[in-house]
Design a protein around this ligand. Structure first.
Ligand SMILES: [Zn+2]
Length: 444
């Protein structure tokens, strides 16, 4: 039996431990510095070509730029008023405080413009260095000067290949889809021009043989590592088991004109979606699918959940194709987790690390990493928000948030005895870099 003095000593010792525990930083400092030194692979982003003053703007950063749809609200952390943007501006441009907000914004704008002018074609690489990103997968219609391999790798847009017929009836679905379908029609025409094909052939098999496959092969030769579907902006992601005979009939009936019904078009899209995904796999390219609650005032969030993709993921003929649930299916991350058990399905945290602070990203990462540690990829979805919120700022915010959230998740796992320190470091490397090399077979 311990003496009174011993009990007191024990109590004060426990008290000391409790104080230390409550004063613990949320992040283990040596893990934090380890994570900050990992050169990351960004699974999904929209970097811009550096454009000289007076030159035409870069319009090839997205197949479905959302500036054409009716104005809509952004989630709060995305708005430039969140303090994280000031942190990005301080880190990248050391923008000084100003007497008022509009003067400060002017300061940001001129610092960013000056950086692009001074660095020229080296600006994009500089932006990656600031965010600790080694390789950025660039989701763009076309690459171009300043966005070269090995730092930038191409991800192409393929929804247009799924939509060869008149989409007027589809486009009428909502005020958002009205302008978006038109963009896809224009992109298909561009693809056909690039292939030297003047008009649609009369059968679906000929369309696939003369346009779909040659376009995917052309993009492959251009260095593409993946294809991207933005279909969630256009329709629900419920790509059903296709009926090839019906798809052929629909194509043959309408290739020369006329507007298919919704059901007819869906059967054609469902078929072509699988063809494109299968062809991508044959070419060692992965398939990215936008799966997120946003964006747009008429966006159909319920059609964009990970569960909608289960028939696709369960298609045994597509198991040679790797799929990436882009944006982690946020906020339906439990559904995402349920899909990660499929051998060819991965998820990236692009845009999640823009929308969420590290404290909210951390529990999601911890949950996923506990079950499927080799399936989680870093990404930013870096995009151009104008001169005051350029893509380089978004990349910095995404990378900084992701690293902090990852450090919090791994610190928790370490302190709760779920992983060793070595394993925590390994998990950090996997999320920030190594898992991407498995998910995208054409990397590094
Ligand atoms: Zn994106």
């Amino acid at each position: 039996m311990p003496s009174a003095r011993g009990v007191l000593g024990l109590l004060s010792g426990l008290l000391f431990l409790a104080t230390v525990a409550s004063g613990q930083t949320p992040v283990d400092s040596s893990l934090w510095s380890y994570i900050n030194n990992i050169r990351a692979i960004d699974s999904h982003a929209h970097p811009m070509r550096p454009v000289a003053a007076g030159a035409p703007a870069d319009t090839e950063y997205d197949a479905l730029p959302l500036d054409a749809i009716p104005p809509f609200a952004f989630p709060a952390r995305l708005a430039g008023t969140d303090p994280i943007w000031r942190a990005a501006q301080a880190a990248l441009y050391a923008v000084p405080a100003a007497a008022n907000d509009s003067l400060y914004k002017e300061g940001v704008k001129s610092a960013a413009t000056r950086a692009i002018r001074e660095r020229g074609l080296r600006f994009p690489e500089w932006a990656l260095d600031q965010a600790g990103i080694d390789v950025m997968l660039a989701n763009r219609i076309a690459m171009g000067p300043g966005l070269a391999a090995p730092r930038f790798r191409w991800v192409t847009f393929v929804d247009a290949l799924m939509l060869p017929l008149d989409t007027r009836r589809e486009a009428a679905r909502s005020p958002d889809t009205r302008s978006l379908y038109w963009k896809e029609a224009a992109l298909l025409h561009r693809y056909m021009r690039e292939l030297g094909v003047a008009k649609l052939p009369p059968t679906l098999d000929a369309y696939i043989a003369s346009i779909v496959t040659p376009m995917l092969e052309r993009q492959h030769e251009g260095g593409a590592v993946a294809v991207k579907f933005e279909a969630a902006y256009l329709r629900p992601l419920d790509f059903a088991d296709p009926n090839p005979a019906e798809a052929r009939r629909v194509y043959a009936r309408y290739f020369g004109g006329g507007t298919p019904s919704g059901a007819e078009y869906k059967s054609l899209e469902d078929y072509l979606f699988r063809v494109i995904a299968r062809e991508a796999g044959r070419l060692d390219e992965s398939v990215q699918i936008h799966t997120l609650e946003d964006f747009g005032g008429f966006y159909q969030a319920s059609g964009a959940t990970p569960f909608q993709l289960e028939p696709t993921f369960n298609d045994s003929t597509l198991r040679k194709t790797n799929f990436i649930i882009v944006h982690g299916g946020w906020p339906f991350y439990a559904q995402t987790e349920a899909m990660l058990g499929k051998p060819n399905v991965y998820a990236d945290i692009s845009m999640m690390d823009i929308l969420l602070p590290p404290t909210q990203l951390a529990p999601v990462l911890r949950q996923w990493l506990t079950q499927w540690p080799d399936k989680v990829l870093f990404g930013t979805d870096s995009f151009d928000g104008g001169a005051e919120q350029g893509w380089e700022q978004v990349a910095w915010v995404g990378a900084t948030t992701a690293r902090r959230g990852l450090a919090m998740a791994l610190t928790g796992m370490l302190r709760d005895g779920e992983v060793t320190r070595e394993r925590a470091k390994e998990l950090a490397r996997m999320v920030l870099r190594e898992n991407a090399v498995k998910a995208y077979r054409r990397l590094p």
